[in-house]
Design a protein around this ligand. Structure first.
Ligand code: BGP
Length: 478
């Protein structure tokens, strides 16, 4: 008989947030303006995120939900207390680049920004919660976008490395786990949100995206090198928006199409883990007649500094067909997929597929043989705050427990090396794709609505007590 209580003793249970959707405080503590501060709510949001609409063209009545978010800037202490109460062993959060370098280009960092994160990190360490820091989560100082054209410009690599060096030195011995870029492949789908790219007319958008990808990949490899040099205990991860593509049918064309679509995700991992452009990517660039600017040393940089672990987000599997005329498109999720008739969907049309997580874990582990870390997973749902301050989010408990159960299968039955799990938005925060508050993921409810009204008071949901038990029993009690 297998022992199903097999999460390793040191398994890192926890939750995740990111400055751009949690922190707010956009003009406090010396912070400079950033990408998130110009992301509107409402109908223009998607066009701005995808680089089709220049944020400078938005009118004066535009609301920017990220500027206040859930005011983690003032509530972080209370929020970490909730994490302590749930027994978190890890907390993933991101540092806002423009809190450290308001313009991105300064010679010296903003000490107030560093001190802000130091308080957070010290509190985590004091309570045996491992900090997992995302260095760049859909975030870049606005000045680097406006003056340099963001990541399309190779000079930005140096600014990013300066920012990394500041963090690695300042938090030396206090932070071990780092992620260089959140969902690096998102830059192909939402180039502005992912990498601060606004397209100009008539430019070859695909070429720009590959150039941006290359610059970020070189930056990530150099950051990995630097992190290891500064402290050999540092562990650096890549971070992919994962979720395997399934073929729409057993037609060989559909099967091949799924393989090809999966390469959009693997492209980044292949370079960050295996250290070189895979042949399929070189061929694709030739076929598309894309020429990206590289430096002679890039090949060696990518080769010599692979990441230590592979982290990823998983919300759903995806479905694809070679035939554009079959199937029904799903709404909601920014990475497009056809409707899979075997799956239920969330209120936002995201398909729910726990077993797909096991498939994804296996695909990544077989390909890379590196420790895996699930750093985002969860159900975005509307919650109802009852009169007595309780929230009965059984649907969230069901979603999460089904996903955690397959993680256990992947470890015990498949031998996948999984080191941790941080569910997304452990404290309710602003949704990235919609900018709305009503799409909630948390164990802790935050009183705020889509119009920005509310006391920001926190309430524990039913899932709070459930997750506390999960951690207490090391995943036995689902
Ligand atoms: C990922 C992002 C997160 C987060 C999550 C949920 O793509 O890394 O920032 O927001 O998706 O998406 P949403 O907020 O759109 O529901």
């Amino acid at each position: 008989m297998s022992n199903y209580n097999i999460f390793p003793d040191e398994f890192l249970w926890g939750g995740a947030t990111a400055a751009n959707q949690y922190e707010g405080g956009y003009n406090q503590g010396g912070k400079g303006p950033a990408l998130v501060d110009v992301l509107p709510s409402g109908k223009d949001r998607y066009d701005v995120m995808s680089g089709k609409l220049d944020y400078k063209k938005l009118d004066e009545s535009t609301e920017y939900p990220g500027r206040v978010a859930v005011d983690g800037y003032s509530h972080w202490e209370e929020d970490i207390d909730y994490m302590i109460e749930m027994g978190f062993r890890v907390y993933r959060f991101s540092i806002s680049w423009s809190r450290i370098f308001p313009l991105g280009t300064e010679k010296t960092p903003n000490t107030e920004g560093l001190k802000f994160y130091e308080k957070i990190i010290d509190k985590l360490n004091k309570n045996n919660i491992e900090p997992l820091v995302t260095i760049c989560h859909f975030d870049i100082p606005l000045n680097l976008i406006e003056q340099y054209g963001s990541w399309r410009n190779r000079e930005v690599i140096q600014f990013y490395l300066k920012y990394c060096k500041t963090l690695f030195n300042y938090f030396k011995g206090k932070v071990k786990y780092w992620i260089t870029f959140n969902e690096i492949n998102m830059l192909f789908h939402l180039p502005f949100m992912g990498a601060g790219i606004v397209f100009s007319e008539n430019e070859n958008q695909m070429e720009v995206k590959y150039q941006v990808a290359h610059n970020e990949l070189v930056a990530s490899a150099l950051a990995t090198k630097m992190a290891h040099e500064i402290d050999s205990n540092n562990q650096i991860g890549c971070m992919l928006a994962a979720g395997q593509y399934y073929p729409y049918s057993s037609k060989p064309e559909d099967v091949f199409d799924a393989l090809d679509k999966n390469r959009d995700i693997f492209f980044f991992g292949d370079i960050q883990v295996r250290g070189k452009y895979p042949n399929y990517a070189k061929k694709k660039l030739q076929e598309l007649n894309i020429e990206i600017k590289t430096e002679p040393e890039d090949e060696a940089i990518l080769k010599k500094y692979p990441v230590d672990f592979v982290s990823f987000s998983y919300y759903s599997s995806r479905l694809t067909s070679a035939d554009e005329n079959v199937g029904e498109k799903t709404s909601g999720n920014v990475i497009h997929s056809l409707r899979n008739k075997y799956l239920e969907t969330s209120e936002w049309g995201w398909q729910i597929d726990p077993l797909g997580l096991r498939t994804t874990l296996n695909a990544l582990y077989e390909r890379y043989e590196k420790p895996l870390f699930i750093v985002e997973n969860g159900l975005g749902a509307k919650d109802k705050l009852n009169g007595d301050g309780s929230i009965d989010d059984d649907y969230r408990i069901e979603y999460l427990s089904r996903h955690i159960a397959v993680m256990r299968d992947a470890i015990v039955k498949d031998g996948v090396e999984l080191i941790g799990y941080t569910s997304w938005g452990c404290i309710d925060l602003i949704s990235a794709s919609t900018g709305q508050m009503s799409k909630r993921y948390g164990y802790v409810y935050v009183d705020k609505d889509d119009e920005g009204k509310g006391s920001l008071k926190r309430y524990k949901k039913k899932s709070f007590y459930w997750y506390k038990k999960v951690i207490e029993t090391n995943g036995e009690n689902l």
